[in-house]
Design a protein. Structure first.
Length: 359
């Protein structure tokens, strides 16, 4: 920001939107309801918008976005990247947990969420509510951006060595043994389907739920929006096709200060299952330099496709890729900066009140 690579023109970027290794991006003043999603290819986004826009919506006083309809919003932040510096975007965890699909579009691009080296221009956000109609307003942050240079991604060998130095995955208070790590272009995470003493393992989105107002300051009652998911005998759950589920990882993730991580797609050849994978993990997620706790479990947004699909406790459903930081950030993810999901025991988004734990 000081160098001018990221700015917001006549708008000021709030300091609280700057995370340890990412920046929250804000919705602008207008949203466009479009008849279909698109990539601009060799054209600017504005040229495509002129062709595909069905309606223009004023976000300054708030507006409702309907389920299943795509919207495009010009974000307040813009980029002026020097050659060699690129960017990548992803939904915020709170956005993924309410099943709102977002992805960034840039001028003359053929890929979503990836911003080319040296890009100079506006950022647009495609927003598609998948389970709930939502109310949004100008300045709401649904996604985040991070900058990269060179080749920061760790290989499987690098991940194993990093885990030996400072554990990346914990089972209880002990590091997962190195020979039990599941690695294949990233570190796999497994499901917790034992749950609490009531047998509750997560939540599924209710059909025909009321409007989900993201503009409220107070958290909402989750009951009108989610049903509890209870395990079957044998610690398993059968997922209904195309239904949205929130589940938890069995093991806890710890991201040390010199690394960041991203949750990536489940291999579709392994079954009729898809993780919604909102997640970018800033440095410090699940990490305590004083050793008072060991890791934070990850929330997994899961959807089965086409047919009912049975999942079992300990089954690997997604994986983490890790990237090197140029240097550790001055402030880590956690309570100091108001982070919502450090040491989380619930999968629900911060927009909801957390239910009382089982006795």
């Amino acid at each position: 920001m000081r160098a001018g690579y990221v700015d917001a023109g006549r708008f000021k970027i709030p300091p609280e939107n700057i995370q340890p290794a990412s920046i929250d991006l804000r919705l602008g003043e207008k949203a466009y309801r479009i008849r279909c999603s698109f990539l601009p290819g060799h054209e600017p986004v504005a040229a495509k918008l002129a062709e595909y826009t069905l309606d223009e919506i004023d976000l300054r006083r708030g507006a409702m976005l309907e389920v299943g309809h795509p919207y495009l919003v010009e974000l307040k932040e813009r980029l002026h990247l020097p050659e060699g510096l690129r960017a990548k975007a992803n939904p915020k965890s709170s956005t993924g947990r309410i099943d709102v699909f977002t992805r960034v579009v840039t001028d003359r691009s053929e890929r979503f969420d990836e911003v080319a080296n040296g890009y100079d221009g506006a950022l647009y956000l495609e927003v598609v509510p998948l389970s709930f109609a939502i109310r949004v307003h100008e300045d709401l942050t649904l996604n985040q951006l991070r900058l990269a240079i060179g080749r920061p991604t760790l290989s499987d060998t690098d991940i194993r060595e990093a885990h030996e130095r400072r554990a990346l995955l914990y089972r209880g208070d002990r590091p997962v043994p190195g020979n039990e790590l599941i690695l294949s272009n990233g570190l796999f995470l497994a499901l917790d389907l034992r749950g609490d003493k009531r047998g509750r393992v997560g939540y599924s989105a209710r059909e025909n739920a009321p409007l989900l107002d993201l503009t409220r300051d107070e958290p909402l009652d989750p009951e009108p929006f989610f049903d509890a998911v209870v395990r079957e005998r044998g610690d398993r759950v059968v997922l209904s096709p195309n239904k949205f589920y929130l589940l938890m990882s069995n093991d806890a993730v710890s991201v040390p200060p010199d690394l960041a991580a991203e949750m990536t797609a489940y291999d579709p050849t392994s079954g009729e299952l898809r993780t919604h994978y909102a997640g970018f993990f800033d440095p410090g997620f699940g990490f305590d330099p004083n050793g008072h706790f060991h890791g934070s479990r990850a929330a997994l947004e899961v959807r089965a496709h086409d047919v009912p699909f049975m999942i079992e406790h300990g089954q690997a459903v997604c994986k983490l890729t890790f990237e090197r930081m140029l240097e550790p950030p001055e402030i880590l993810y956690g309570p100091t900066i108001g982070s919502s999901y450090q040491r989380q025991a619930e999968t629900l988004s911060r927009y909801f009140r957390r239910p009382k734990p089982a006795p």
